[in-house]
Design a protein around this ligand. Structure first.
Ligand SMILES: [Zn+2]
Length: 351
């Protein structure tokens, strides 16, 4: 059966398939994280390589080329991911990754590095196995460090024959302008809340509204949330914050098994909702706690709250693995308590 994409990407899909014989050698796919961009790009590459595509151009799903795609072993297709992501994407990333994997104990890199781009040179100059040409995907493209981006730029400036580059980015503003200028952009849209909820119900998620609110309507992220301890932990945390006799150190003790990055995300969204409700808006991320948020927001000074929220955003960008997670969580909660009591805070710490 011919492959198909997520329903919210159908019109972009048709548009690209219609002009598939004329696609430029470099495409940049942009859109929010968790909406299915990499799935779209894999299926597009598969359709370009398919030996017997359907009448609309979509891959047949049955020919030799499609079978290679199904087993992640197409000889004309490469995906370049940061080392740290290769494990989680192993089912779908191609086999060439194995040769580069390392047995040392050092932390896997979060970046796409120049070695990763250089490792492509042989692949680029080989003749493709099939007439569809070769495709190289960079995902996420913003993970390229400066050296890697410069090395790729050389390929984009002098495009090798028969090779197509597909860059996939959640945060295109982090890519150099020189990369932007050499790629044709394809915007992959976030579905409407209704379309996303419909799809999640089809996947067996009973109450999709809250997961979608948590993820800004990104259905694949929302789906990921539905199958781990996320919800019970979130409930412990938000009920803890909502308690009238808020004792931060005992709450920190209760939450000690939750990854700090997750807690920080919740606290940031909670604070966003407090700010939003304080200025007459809705609780966007936590609609199920609207009443408590309204009660809490009532007595808060918007300026303190907004400063605290900015600080949480800053920490979200910089903190991945705090040295002492326990201490970090205690500090986060104590600062929140100080803000809600009307005390001034500086650099994320109460005075
Ligand atoms: Zn096929």
């Amino acid at each position: 059966m011919a492959v198909s994409v997520f329903p919210w990407h159908t019109s972009t899909w048709r548009d690209l398939l219609e002009r598939k014989s004329n696609l430029p050698h470099a495409l940049l796919f942009i859109g929010r994280e968790g909406i299915g961009k990499i799935d779209f790009v894999r299926k597009l590459a598969q359709s370009l390589a398919c030996e017997t595509p359907a009448s609309d151009g979509a891959a047949c799903g049955a020919c030799q080329s499609c079978r290679w795609f199904a087993s992640s072993s197409h000889p004309d297709y490469r995906e370049i991911l940061p080392e740290a992501m290769r494990g989680e994407e192993q089912d779908t990333a191609d086999g060439s990754m194995d040769a580069e994997s390392t047995t040392s104990k050092r932390k896997p890199s979060q970046e796409i590095r120049i070695e990763d781009v250089r490792s492509l040179q042989d692949f680029i100059f080989l003749t493709s196995h099939q007439r569809g040409g070769k495709t190289i995907v960079f995902y996420p493209a913003e993970a390229m460090n400066t050296n890697a981006a410069n090395a790729l730029l050389k390929n984009l400036e002098e495009p090798p024959a028969g090779t197509r580059f597909m860059l996939v980015s959640h945060r295109p503003s982090e890519l150099p302008a020189t990369i932007h200028s050499r790629c044709q952009k394809v915007v992959l849209h976030t579905p409407t809340a209704d379309d996303a909820a419909k799809w999640l119900r089809e996947q067996g998620v009973a109450e999709p509204a809250i997961s979608l609110a948590q993820t800004g309507n990104a259905p694949l992220l929302a789906l990921k949330l539905s199958d781990d301890t996320f919800w019970s932990q979130r409930k412990d945390f938000l009920n803890g914050l909502s308690a009238r006799d808020l004792i931060m150190l005992s709450l920190a003790e209760k939450l000690r098994d939750i990854p700090p990055v997750r807690l920080l995300g919740w606290l940031q969204r909670w604070t966003y909702d407090l700010l939003s409700v304080r200025s007459g808006g809705p609780a966007r991320f936590n609609p199920d706690y609207q009443t408590v948020i309204a009660e809490t927001a009532h007595g808060l000074r918007p300026i303190d709250l907004s400063r605290y929220h900015r600080e949480l955003l800053r920490q979200q960008r910089t903190i991945h693995h705090p040295l002492n997670p326990r201490l970090y969580i205690e500090q986060l909660l104590l600062t929140y308590a100080a803000v809600t009591r009307g005390q001034r805070v500086r650099a994320g710490k109460p005075y």
